[in-house]
Design a protein around this ligand. Sequence first.
Ligand code: C2E
Ligand code: CA
Ligand code: CA
Ligand code: CA
Length: 280
Amino acid sequence: AKAQGRNRFSHFTPSMQTASQSRLRLAGDLRAAIGGPQFRLLYQPIVDLRTGALRKAEALLRWQHPARGAVSPSEFIPVAEETGLIVELGDWVFRETARQVQAWQLRHGIDLEVSFNVSPVQFHRMDGLQAQWARHLREIGLPQRSLTLEITEGLLLDANQAVTEQLLKFRDAGLRVAIDDFGTGYSSLSYLKKFTIDYLKIDQSFVRNLSPDSEDMTLCEAIIAMAHKLGIQVIAEGVESEAQQALLARAGCDFGQGYALSRPLEAQAFDALLARRAER
Ligand code: C2E
Ligand code: CA
Ligand code: CA
Ligand code: CA
């Protein structure tokens, strides 16, 4: 047992200690930064592949750390989840998205629709928040359908009663729901019957190597056909080339998002883009 114990500790190397200390510090910095200027949202255009119209975007969170510089969401979202700070951070994301969308709707006179990400951990922990969100939207007078919740398949698979009820409350409140990273989760599709879903977002991994007659092309076509029969619209993620964009458009994909259409933009740049596009 002793040898085992020593063995166990020997796995805890100085570099791991440094890593966990640095995570702890990151958590502390995160806690202090929520609500302040270190966090901001970028907006990535989601473009109608048939008409080229710009009426949608995804809000993506950015953290500018005073010492570390830009910290990637793939680094700080897990820390926020482990510490529970994700609830407060996600609440800020919701409010900031709502505020910004309303400002843009008023300024440009369009039915802009913006989605934001809600991680499974966040969803499980935010009991009661959806009522507050619905009330907040009523108070600021933003139509609920202007906001879309992006959730992943995993959340709906182990959907227990509580998750189901919460999701239905969001739906009842009028928010739209998108399934993010579609196709990367599990294989059960029964949740598509159980919940009313507005959008499927085809994961980047199916789009990356898209070419005519490829297996990825077949998968994309099948997803689009299935979704349309269920009355769900499809957004392709990670569209990086005009060739991919053309293939997806030809396959009947409704919307595209990716570097070929636009990188995620600072709010000001997105605003300028809306002003230019509104003239079309
Ligand atoms: P996601 O929701 O799947 O977001 C799409 C990611 O793909 C974004 O990375 C975006 O910048 C990137 N992307 C967009 N177009 C392209 C493209 O053409 N090619 C490639 N290779 N990538 C593209 P980002 O902003 O680094 O976000 C990473 C992940 O962090 C997101 O994945 C999402 O899961 C999470 N995340 C971001 N913001 C939030 C947030 O406010 N709350 C939560 N809970 N998670 C967030
Ligand atoms: Ca997303
Ligand atoms: Ca995604
Ligand atoms: Ca993702």
